[in-house]
Design a protein around this ligand. Structure first.
Ligand code: 0PR
Length: 385
């Protein structure tokens, strides 16, 4: 019911405190299956200060627009590009939709088709449906990376582009992007890399000595990359990133917005009014942590993942789905559904995929949380025997 009379600020806050008391919080250490985390305090402060900035009307907030461009520039650099074109958007979903939209608009295929791995995130279902693009699913190999030969077999005159994933949602697998890039170049097709999760992990993990495939613009077939600061970038929601190699992709999805303060401007994002504070927070976090700072975050997350995978291996009735490539560890158990149910009942925020449980070593996840979780897992397994 829409209240006739307002309540005091105190009352309102108290009511909200009660209503949200059933939410799991990141600092409780109970959320193990999320790709989000508690944002960095600096990013929170930036959002608080610049909460009113609207990048939907960049003529009003000229400085913020410049900062967004700089943030896009820094993300482009991280991904091996001197100068890239893109936006800080609402998340990986919007970023993926924009990439598919650009590929479709630049293609003259009569019945547009997009080839993507079976492991692709469900955001592509939205993209396909909204854009009238048929999704053609490519099989996975035994190691859960996409079968590049199957991708090739599925190319037709209607193919508008190919998708590869650098950090799959369920298992954190990095596809063979170099091979996909070669294929894309051979067939004159654009390749989009969904590094929504891996974008803020792989560059640092590689530097730390982890062996991972190349995934970014250093590969000539890669035309666009999704990279989300609101996952491992430690920026508050909403903050996604879409970067294109060339301006023409952005131009292909821009519509005129003729009456705004900046005169006739062009808008490529799905959202019109959109938070400048998010772009500023992305800029602030990159400026503050720098490559070395993010490397430390990733070092901790990767080490914790290796340790956790080792511990899981020692529990009878538990098996790893595959060796972790990034900071995501997924495992199956006997009586999986009952185990999931019981772990959730005990207050664990885990992500239950079909066939396995996913644990994501986000910055808020600490060893003591995982030790407690492993204790519960052992108990639950025993109780179900
Ligand atoms: N691409 C990949 C590879 C993703 O994993 C995700 C989200 C997206 C795109 C879409 O990103 P947005 O959700 O920002 O639009 N993956 C997470 C997942 O499905 C999203 C998520 C985050 C789910 C936190 C749960 C959660 O607690 O796991």
């Amino acid at each position: 019911m829409f209240p006739k009379k307002g309540a005091s600020e105190e009352e309102v806050l108290k009511e909200l405190e009660e209503k949200t008391s059933m939410d799991l919080t990141f600092d409780s250490g109970r959320i193990l299956g999320s790709m989000c985390t508690y944002p960095h305090p600096l990013a929170v402060e930036v959002v608080r200060r610049y909460i009113d900035r609207n990048l939907g009307d960049p003529g009003l907030h000229v400085g913020s627009r410049k900062v967004e461009k700089e943030a896009v520039g820094m993300l482009s650099n991280l991904l091996g590009l001197k100068e890239g074109y893109g936006h800080i958007v609402s998340g990986g979903t919007e970023a993926n939709i924009l990439a598919v939209r650009a590929f479709r608009n630049l293609s003259d295929a009569e019945k547009p088709e997009l080839i993507l791995p079976e492991s692709a995130h469900f955001s592509f279902l939205k993209a396909g449906e909204m854009l009238g693009v048929r999704l053609v699913w490519a099989k996975l190999k035994e190691d859960y990376s996409v079968d590049v030969r199957d991708v090739e077999d599925k190319i037709t005159d209607n193919t508008i582009g190919i998708v590869g994933i650098a950090g799959t949602t369920g298992l954190g697998v990095v596809d063979d992007i170099p091979a996909l890039s070669d294929l894309a170049l051979d067939y004159g097709l654009p390749l989009h890399v969904d590094a929504a999760f891996g974008g803020f992990v792989i560059p640092f993990a590689k530097e730390l000595g982890y062996e991972l495939p190349d995934f970014d613009f250093t590969l000539k077939g890669v035309q666009s990359v999704t990279i989300d600061p609101h996952k491992m970038g430690m920026v508050p929601i909403p903050a996604g990133g879409i970067i294109f190699r060339e301006k023409r992709f952005l131009e292909a999805i821009s519509v005129p917005a003729p009456y705004l303060a900046g005169g006739k401007v062009w808008q490529a994002t799905i959202t019109g009014t959109r938070p400048g504070a998010s772009a500023l927070a992305v800029w602030a976090m990159i400026r503050h942590l720098g490559f070395e700072g993010y490397k430390e975050v990733v070092k901790h997350a990767m080490e914790l993942s290796r340790w956790f995978a080792g511990e899981l291996r020692r529990i009878p009735g538990v098996h790893l789905i595959r060796e972790p490539m990034l900071n995501i560890v997924s495992f199956g158990t006997r009586n999986l559904e009952e185990v999931e149910e019981e772990l959730k009942r005990r207050g664990w925020g885990i992500s239950a995929h079909r066939g396995y449980i996913r644990v994501v070593m986000m910055p808020h996840v600490r060893k003591e949380h995982l030790e407690e979780f492993l204790g519960d897992l052992r108990e639950v397994l025993k109780s179900l025997d």
